[in-house]
Design a protein around this ligand. Structure first.
Ligand SMILES: Nc1ncnc2c1ncn2[C@@H]1O[C@H](COP(=O)(O)OP(=O)(O)OP(=O)(O)O)[C@@H](O)[C@H]1O
Length: 302
């Protein structure tokens, strides 16, 4: 942690959030995060992840319970520019005619006076943030003319430019390639080392243990929360996903041969690819798989 910075905390206490149509998206949610943490927010579609983000940002006001940031209110934290938010891509109007540079400069608005004239310091920070997400070469490009992964990087740079020490990222890995995912993960790890608190919602369950030290499992309330190794168990994931996850159990794996453990793969991906021994796709669509299973059953005389 940066020795000059005081410790940070985010405390969500018994938070219940209802939308205008009366739908209760989140009930009695509680957890606490301390400085130097990357916490994964994991749950099925519609489990309340974005709702929780918006409550921590103060965009939605809980009907019960409260969010405390550094022991103070969300409004105070926003005044102090403690919190930065990277929304889901779908929530952004990509037809808005602004350049990559302009988007990242928007992250500096909270630090400027009402005239919003960037100072040399603001320009330096924007340059630095573009560099950190490897998007300097695209600085003059219109945001609508970027690929999905590049858009994610730009919004990450905007959040970095805000210099909030609490960062919330809503599904930063959706639609990005493995290389971009790794680059974002490395960046988040560096921010953790600087003492930031990072809350990241993700469906990439496989990468959670790799970079998240804490997990909050959510399904309209907090089902489990704590260190990744304690929370990320089969039992808890089954509770959170209730049969939605696909599971693969490899009886004869190299690991099993080696030390007696079996390998299980759990995935939240829509359609995992399965390759046969010769390296060709076993099936490319669900009906194909059913056909294959029937053929196999015939072969073994079932
Ligand atoms: N503006 C709204 N008005 C009413 N209900 C809403 C509104 N926004 C979201 N909801 C409902 O609240 C619940 C939680 O939605 P939320 O967007 O927080 O889920 P999520 O976990 O982020 O889902 P996803 O993984 O699909 O992004 C859902 O049932 C959703 O339909």
């Amino acid at each position: 942690m940066n020795a000059a910075s005081p410790p940070l905390s985010v405390e969500v206490s018994d938070v219940t959030v209802a939308y205008a149509n009366g739908h209760i998206a989140l009930r009695d949610a509680s957890f606490r995060l301390g400085a130097g943490t990357i916490c994964a927010l994991v749950g099925v579609n519609g489990s309340g992840k974005s709702t929780l983000f918006k409550s921590i940002m103060g965009f939605l006001k809980p009907v019960r319970g409260r969010v405390l940031i550094d022991g103070g209110s969300v409004a105070e934290a926003r005044k102090k520019k403690l919190v930065a938010y990277v929304p889901q891509s779908e929530e952004v109007d990509w037809t808005f005619p602004v350049s990559v540079w302009d988007v990242v400069m928007m992250g500096r608005y909270g630090h400027m006076n009402f005239m919003r004239i960037p100072r040399a310091e603001d320009k330096r920070i924007v340059e630095e943030c573009l560099e950190r997400v490897s998007m300097t070469a695209f600085r003059d490009r219109q945001i609508g003319e970027l690929s999905g992964g590049q858009k994610k990087r730009v919004f990450l740079a905007r959040a970095l430019a805000q210099q909030g020490r609490i960062m919330m990222l809503d599904e930063p890995f959706t639609g990005v390639d493995v290389q971009t995912e790794s680059a974002i993960i490395e960046l988040l790890k560096a921010l953790r080392a600087e003492g930031h608190i990072i809350l990241v919602s993700t469906h990439n369950l496989g990468s959670v243990p790799e970079f998240c030290d804490q997990v909050v499992l959510i399904n309209r309330t907090v089902l489990a929360q704590g260190p990744t190794e304690v929370v990320f168990t089969e039992e808890n994931l089954a509770r959170a996903f209730g049969g939605v996850l696909r599971q693969f159990h490899f009886e004869h794996s190299t690991i099993q041969d080696h030390d007696g453990r079996a390998v299980k793969v759990w995935t939240d991906d829509e359609r995992p690819l399965v390759f046969g021994k010769d390296g060709h796709l076993e099936y490319s669509e669900r009906q194909g798989r059913e056909h294959l299973v029937k053929e196999r059953a015939k072969e073994v005389g079932e």
